[in-house]
Write a protein that binds this ligand. Sequence first.
Ligand SMILES: C[S@@+](CC[C@H](N)C(=O)[O-])C[C@H]1O[C@@H](n2cnc3c(N)ncnc32)[C@H](O)[C@@H]1O
Length: 421
Amino acid sequence: MEPETARWLTSTEGQALMALAEASGPPRATGTQRELAIQMSLRSAGHPATRVAAVMSLLAARAKAVGKFGDTAGSLFVTQEGIEQATRPQLAARHTARFVAAGVQEVFDLGCGIGSDAATFARAGIKVVAVEADPVTATFAAANLRSWPSARVMTGTAQDVALPRGDAARHTGVWVDPGRRVRGVADVHGRARRVFSLDEISPSWAEVCAWAAQLPATGAKLSPAFPHAALPPGAEAQWASWHGEVLECVVWWGPLVEHLGRTAAVCRSDVPPGLVTEAHAAAGEAHSQAAVEAVAEVGPWLWEADKAVIRAGLTGALPGRELARGVGLSTGDSNTDLPWARRFAVLDVLPARAKVVRQWARARGVGALTLKKRGTSIEPDRFRADVGPVRGPSSATLVLTTIAGGQSAVAIAVDPTVGPQ
Ligand SMILES: C[S@@+](CC[C@H](N)C(=O)[O-])C[C@H]1O[C@@H](n2cnc3c(N)ncnc32)[C@H](O)[C@@H]1O
């Protein structure tokens, strides 16, 4: 889409055509059929092809945005890439809360995308200067932020922004959510190629660190693959998951730090977030003995840590004894429940050999076998094929993992219905 078309789309005229498009699809038609009908009706009413294409692409992007933004998706200006990169509103609210708690009154959002984080800052009463290099995305961000007069969008590169210094910088913060895609370089699906290394993000990691040195109230949202060794001294890196999926690692500096070092926030819509810190992991490791060495040491309960806790390297906080350090599974006797780990009842511990599992399943009439794996090279699909067909009315869940420092592969049969779901 050309920037001029994006500007037209966000205008009253563009919005009128969007409303007409939404109303003109046959009510019961779905997907492609509906899109074609809308497109034909707009074209036959004489609207130019570029404008019809822009309307169609916004309709499609809004439909895609529903999963992340719910009902508000219908009024957002979004691109397909913009939605994929946008911060989930529930996590954006957590970012905002840190700035509010630190007394920050103005945030420079350097690479604001369609403005999900920026809108959350503005909604909390923080003044926002949102900067975006891509002109179409910047136009959409400006439209998404127009309800908040204290939010301003600048089209341009973050590097060209003169950040305040000295007294003028008091109560000012920086938020950076660097792009992790290379514009103009497509992957196999025709989408902008994703980058995984800190060297390739834009703005760069070096620039982010320089801004944090200038304005200590800085937060940077990075990939969950953020390397532990890259954490700057005095900062906090928080890995956050939403319903079990690790979405981000945010590095916080200065007054935005809540717990030094690595932390994990396990977030869901139905329960308050679970927080794990290095102090929790150290206390857990001090209490528990070394990792499990033998099958006989596996107790009646198995805990599986949320992936944010694993990414943060804080599995030492798990109750009982870890099966293998860092893998995210532990075992013990107490039925402790935590908001960041799932508890299973252990039914059996078998060697992870296909023949043994086949005999075990046949003896119990297990016809449906669910395989989970943690910290082992065993491929569940391959393992299932090696086990071969199993028949029977029962179902079973096996966790394929290792004990004894990785020397023994085990299949732990668990009851996933016991313990909090
Ligand atoms: C991950 S997205 C930001 C998403 C945003 N936090 C949100 O929640 O909607 C990163 C954005 O930074 C922009 N960008 C990348 N490099 C930039 C630079 N040097 N200056 C300004 N914007 C930049 C990209 O165009 C992209 O839209």
